[in-house]
Design a protein around this ligand. Structure first.
Ligand code: SF4
Length: 393
């Protein structure tokens, strides 16, 4: 077994890992947006045995293992298949990813729609790798900021009947309005039809729905708005357990194992917001060590790549500096082990990029931007920010 050759622009998966500075990145998709306790423990073991031990949570609610080598990848895949974390057929994994509103309940419209769509994915058109589908049919859509090319949502009028299976719409990304449907089954049929229309109308060249500059077909009129957006899951106690945050979107296997290795934990829901919902009896109120419990914690939003010693491209440690900067800067922050900038491709108010064992300090730009100061160690960075009044950044 050899990892497929990797092409820029691919959306990596477990069967098609992406080569990064710290080895292969192996992405694992939770079915219905959740892992059982046993699956989560197996994932921790996999991260430590075959990778660097770091686990990241992506903006599409996947978990990814870092630091996997070409040599260990085949054994990792056997392990993941054995523990039902990855499909044994690589073609099945290539089907579009479903992103579910994390707060779904068994039998509600989000769950029913997802199950119906999963059963029909073999009928789905062959969409570009990066395309995804959001199933967000609760009382109020919560996935509006998450990347998705087609969405099944509650309509504004349907919000008055959140437990009913009607009052849904299917919305193409880039459209403010969606097409009404009267049931989850109708939503799935319309979605499949739209996916085939996307391909037949040349969408594969655009790559994503919002870039496909063509009118929707007459049989899918965008005519009604979705319901008003609702809040994301807040950190802290939840009716089904506890919501915790991952600092910088990342957790080490031992920290995650300690959080879920309790008989009272049943399931872990994965969100696109650097948060996990750990479900189980009597875990409300538990302050999970190493995870975030405070909604205002700046580490929920800061960007930092794994850095040294996890990545051989890095000449600096990133996570320690990111921790020290937490709460000192009001604007957006990115700490990058090198100019590649894996953690964030966008400009941030403050970016610190490692080079030759020191940091370059960059303002309002990406990790490869022009620095305003160079050759800084961690103390220099803190002193610079103090002198410059970092609160204004
Ligand atoms: S940005 Fe970070 S993770 Fe990416 S190659 Fe550089 S040091 Fe490695």
């Amino acid at each position: 077994m050899v990892a497929e050759s990797r092409i820029k622009g691919w959306c990596p998966g477990a069967w098609r890992p992406m080569a990064t500075g710290d080895g292969l990145l192996v992405r694992v998709r939770p079915r219905l947006g959740q892992f059982t306790r046993d699956q989560m423990l197996a994932l921790c073991e996999a991260a430590e045995t075959f990778g660097s031990g770091l686990i990241e949570l992506t903006s599409r609610a996947n978990l990814q293992l870092r630091g996997v080598t070409e040599a260990s990848w085949p054994r990792l895949m056997s392990f993941l298949v054995e523990h039902d974390l990855v499909e044994s057929d690589p073609q099945v994994e290539r089907r579009p990813q479903l992103l579910l509103a994390p707060d779904w309940r068994a039998g509600d419209a989000t769950h029913e729609t997802a199950c119906l769509l999963l059963a029909r994915l073999a009928d789905m058109a062959e969409l570009p790798d990066k395309m995804g589908i959001a199933i967000d049919a609760g009382e109020a859509p919560v996935l509006g900021e998450a990347s998705a090319d087609f969405r099944i949502e509650r309509s504004a009028s349907g919000a008055l009947q959140p437990r009913a299976s009607g009052g849904l719409l299917v919305r193409a990304d880039g459209q403010a309005l969606g097409t009404p449907v009267d049931s989850p089954a109708s939503a799935v049929e319309l979605l499949l039809r739209l996916a085939h229309w996307f391909v037949a109308s040349g969408g594969r060249q655009s790559g994503r729905m919002h870039r496909h500059q063509i009118s929707l077909p007459a049989w899918a009129p965008a005519s009604i708005p979705p319901a008003k957006a609702g809040p994301r899951l807040a950190l802290g106690d939840h009716a089904r357990g506890r919501v915790v945050g991952l600092p910088f979107g990342r957790v080490s296997a031992p920290v995650l194992r300690a959080a879920v290795d309790s008989a009272s934990v049943t399931v872990v829901r994965v969100t696109p917001w650097r948060r996990l919902l750990i479900e189980g009896d009597e875990i409300g109120g538990v302050a999970f060590s190493g995870l975030l419990n405070d909604e205002g914690d700046p580490r929920l939003d800061m960007q930092a790549c794994p850095g040294a010693p996890h990545c051989e491209q890095a000449s600096v440690e990133t996570l320690g500096l990111a921790e020290r900067l937490s709460g000192r800067v009001e604007g957006s922050v990115h700490v990058s082990g090198c100019a590649k900038g894996c953690a964030c491709r966008q400009p941030t108010d403050l970016c610190l990029t490692g080079r030759d064992g020191r940091f370059d300090l960059i303002l309002s730009d990406r990790a490869d931007g022009t620095p305003v100061a160079t050759g800084l160690n961690e103390s220099d960075v803190l002193a610079y920010l103090e002198n410059e009044d970092a609160s204004r950044l």
